[in-house]
Ligand binder design. Structure first.
Ligand SMILES: C[S@@+](CC[C@H](N)C(=O)[O-])C[C@H]1O[C@@H](n2cnc3c(N)ncnc32)[C@H](O)[C@@H]1O
Length: 239
């Protein structure tokens, strides 16, 4: 919407066909301004200034239009949740995987809610072959990549990858639920966990906290973005 509004508004002042460079520059400036009005800050806001000038450059360089369409579908395939659920794709660090591996009880059943490209699930499967991991991902590009990784790693039997939304499954059969999402869905995650998790089950979140719910344990991580693993047990649990 920001790009579309900026393009149309710039068109009001400059004719794109007659002055494409000026039009695209103005559209870029307007997109940054609109983004700031929408409360974006820093790099996120400045990046809104790029698409239209870059599209113009690409068009002038002779890049065919289908490339844009392909890029759009690739973005959707991997990033649909950035748009629909405000959860982009980024991946847990090796350190987070090791801390998580150390926190799970023998033979635990783990739900990874939002598996991304499956890297964490497969690391964990190696670190803890006794743990049964169910990894759910509903962005089909990421899911296909996770499936490919799983095949390439010899199809480990303790990892089940499913192309599904974690909201649509019952969390009651798991001993632990791991999430690395964003601040946006954390309240809903907490409500679902409290409603469905079995007694003593663990909720583990990489970095993102739950408003008003103090974690029972916090293990610091050394990453700039991945700062800690947070652990909660539901009330009728033991921790
Ligand atoms: C930040 S990534 C974390 C990936 C992986 N868990 C890790 O730690 O490396 C979050 C993932 O959750 C996925 N996701 C968001 N909402 C989802 C939903 N409702 N069901 C399944 N996956 C979802 C996103 O597509 C994204 O791949």
């Amino acid at each position: 919407m920001i790009q579309l509004s900026a393009a149309v508004l710039a068109w009001y002042f400059v004719a794109p066909a007659a002055h494409p460079v000026e039009w695209s520059a103005l559209a870029g400036v307007l997109a940054v301004a609109a983004s700031m009005l929408w409360k974006s800050r820093g790099v996120t806001a400045w990046m809104q200034g790029l698409p239209i000038p870059v599209a113009l450059l690409a068009w002038r360089a002779g890049i065919p239009p289908w490339v844009f369409l392909a890029a759009f579908f690739a973005t959707l395939a991997f990033g649909r949740n950035a748009w629909q659920a405000r959860v982009p794709l980024y991946r847990s660090s090796r350190e987070a995987a090791e801390v998580l591996a150390g926190a799970l009880t023998p033979g635990a059943r783990l739900l990874e809610a939002g598996a991304g490209d499956g890297r964490l699930a497969l690391w964990l499967a190696r670190l803890r072959p006794d743990v049964q991991i169910t990894a759910l991902e509903n962005a089909w590009g990421s899911f296909c990549l996770a499936r490919l990784r799983w095949w390439l790693m010899g199809r480990p039997g303790n990892v089940r990858l499913r192309p599904a939304s974690f909201w649509s499954v019952d969390w009651g059969e798991y001993d632990a639920v791991y999430v690395f999402l964003s601040p946006a869905p954390m309240q809903r995650v907490w409500e679902k966990f409290q409603l469905q998790a079995k007694p003593g089950a663990l909720l583990i979140s990489n970095t993102f906290s739950i408003p008003g719910a103090e974690p029972t344990r916090r293990t610091p991580l050394s990453g700039r973005l991945q700062q800690s693993l947070l652990f909660w047990r539901i009330e009728h649990g033991t921790e």
